[in-house]
Design a protein around this ligand. Structure first.
Ligand code: ATP
Length: 173
């Protein structure tokens, strides 16, 4: 059983390539309002969750909402690939801005599993090479996450880790 202990108030970065199961896991671990998904914001600003030209508007909107939530003292989860250091840097600075702990939940599944899922999906029109690039970024990032400022890093590497995963929230005194 994978149990992830989280402070009651924190900023959670989900990190994983497309198809690693970030959105599925976020539904398993968190309440719907707690999760800010870049796909959902792309859909809201551009009617298309794959609209890459809407990335900036989608993230501006996502961060606007994240700030409102953190100002209210609410745990917030950012569901985006977050495999690039720049994306994670922005999350760590947001956590600092509100004096909450930035934590990372990483989905590092085997590339073959991701490619198999990608082939089965009709909602991700990009080529399979993109998955390989994202996995490369992720693997190079893994050792750096603590140094980037994430106070806690949980890595789920197999479907057997993900299936029964649960979160326990702890009050910090
Ligand atoms: P994206 O970054 O493209 O939005 P994601 O990381 O959020 O992807 P999901 O949307 O959660 O991934 O899942 C991608 C696909 O993989 C879906 O078809 C989903 O049903 C499947 N999937 C997710 N988690 C699992 C799992 N634990 N076992 C089997 N299939 C899964």
């Amino acid at each position: 059983m994978t149990t992830i202990h989280l402070p009651e108030l924190c900023l959670v970065a989900l990190i994983g390539a497309s198809g690693s199961g970030k959105t599925t896991l976020s539904r398993q671990l968190f309440a719907p309002g707690e999760v800010l998904s870049s796909d959902a914001f792309r859909l809201m600003v551009a009617n298309d969750e794959n609209a890459q030209d809407a990335t900036r508007d989608a993230f501006d909107s996502l961060y606007f909402v994240a700030r409102k939530r953190l100002a209210r003292g609410l745990l917030t989860v950012i569901d985006a690939t977050n495999v690039q250091a720049d994306a994670r840097k922005r999350i760590v600075s947001l956590a600092k801005e509100f004096d909450v702990l930035p934590v990372a939940i990483v989905l590092d599944l085997p590339e073959d599993t991701l490619l198999e899922r990608h082939r089965a999906r009709t909602d991700r029109p990009f080529g399979a090479h993109v998955i390989g690039q994202q996995v490369g970024h992720l693997r190079r990032s893994l050792r750096k996450l603590q140094g980037e400022g994430f106070r806690q890093v949980s890595v789920l590497s197999t479907e057997a880790d993900v299936g029964p995963a649960r979160v326990v929230r702890e009050r910090l005194y």
